[in-house]
Design a protein around this ligand. Sequence first.
Ligand SMILES: [Zn+2]
Length: 240
Amino acid sequence: MSVDVLAIGAHPDDVELTCAGTLVRWKRMGRTFGIVDLTHGEMGTRGDATTRQRESRKAAEILGAQFRETLDFGDGGLVLSRENELILIDVIRREKPRLVLTSFPADRHPDHRRAGELVRDASFYAGLRKLETEHPAHRPQQTIYFSTAWVHDPTFVVDVTATMEVRRDAIRAFSSQFHDPTSAEPQTVLSQQSFLDTMDARARHFGFMIGVDFAEGFISMRPPRLDDPIAAFEGFEPGF
Ligand SMILES: [Zn+2]
């Protein structure tokens, strides 16, 4: 079994907050995707590893992921070791994604930064035939980055207006983490309604760039090929 896209985040919910609308949109176009979380999110102020596992499975179901897998690379100190790199290399080889999505390695949260570096390097090394793991060599066509804590200038943006509500549903599946007026757990920045509003506002911001209601922005080291710039800028406000 293989997937077209593998989305890999440091924490359960990173994928939902950054690229879930895009994954659902691509799924509606007939593409398949899987989600890998590098940690259980066990250091989060609210919830615990078991709760977050249950929530992340539910979110994956809402999004229509082929599978979701949780690795144990250490929340709040994600370990960049050769051992972890080899584990991730084998997951990439097993799933044979054409694209890998992960967090941009320049971020405020060290786990996001380390996740981006680890995924970027593992995706490349996965193509080395002489590097032996359980599955044969496979290198994804491209690693693409989403912004997590900090926002970066996107290389391209994807219109997610039609899938924004599914993305919100998947985010709400993480009820231990995000705004829940009935929760007795300590309040954090993430548990305020304002955080969810900010995530929506971010999608609004990316959407404004391309003249739609909501979009998700991505960074790629290589620019995507764009054969029809007239169609690509269709519907934009005219200007520079
Ligand atoms: Zn995170």
